[in-house]
Write a protein that binds this ligand. Structure first.
Ligand SMILES: [Zn+2]
Length: 226
């Protein structure tokens, strides 16, 4: 297991910055992150199971802790009605409450990203995350071949990540560098061509704001499990 102290030193500032961007005060961000690390430690000692991704776990738990702090103070979160609606559609089964998409829907950016997808993409993501269905069941529902559903699902997930990062970059990008946000996202997702990546690294060498933004985008990508 990777040393938790090391993990704390490298991730704590990033996690705090992430929560600050969601609207947390400095104190709330620090509290939420500290609690998330405690949960990670408890989980590590309770189970010898190999953990898939500590970073993604910490992002998710920190964000949930922040929402819990806000809820305790009955602060209105910045959730859009649309994302609340999507979550309440999901209620019943326990797995649904734990699903990555519900966590994602807790943020306005995720709701934006979901809305930017085509209806078939939204539908297939909802079936998996809200109805807990597998590709085989979806194939039966939609009279399709399971392989085609799997491919579609894989692409819908990656389009979701791309839309999410784009929404994030549009909101946090530096004025004057707006025309570079799409390419920044591609670089963060490793989907840029060699030529595009070279062009971007030239810009990054002279633009600190875009350097910060691309490192945030990579964190966001990690938190989406991509
Ligand atoms: Zn720039």
């Amino acid at each position: 297991m990777k040393n938790t102290t090391e993990l704390f030193a490298s991730l704590q500032p990033k996690l705090c910055a992430y929560l600050r961007r969601l609207g947390a005060t400095e104190q709330d961000a620090e509290d939420a992150v500290a609690d998330a690390f405690e949960v990670l430690l408890e989980r590590a000692s309770a189970s010898s199971e190999e953990r898939i991704n500590d970073s993604a776990f910490l992002y998710t738990v920190s964000r949930r802790n922040l929402y819990a702090i806000w809820a305790a103070r009955s602060r209105t979160t910045m959730l859009e009605p649309a994302s609340l609606e999507a979550v309440s559609e999901a209620v019943t089964p326990l797995e649904v409450a734990e699903s990555p998409l519900v966590t994602l829907l807790e943020s306005e950016l995720s709701a934006q990203a979901l809305r930017a997808l085509t209806a078939p993409d939204q539908q297939v993501l909802r079936k998996v995350y809200f109805e807990g269905k597998g590709p085989r069941e979806i194939a039966v529902d939609q009279s399709r071949v399971p392989g085609a559903v799997r491919t579609h699902l894989h692409r819908a997930r990656s389009r979701f990540r791309e839309q999410y990062l784009n929404a994030y970059a549009r909101r946090n990008g530096r004025p004057g560098c707006e025309d570079r946000t799409a390419l920044l996202c591609k670089c963060a997702l490793d989907t840029a061509t060699t030529r595009q990546a070279t062009e971007m690294s030239l810009h990054l060498s002279e633009c600190m704001d875009c350097r910060d933004l691309i490192s945030d985008l990579r964190d966001e990508r990690t938190s989406l499990g991509g």
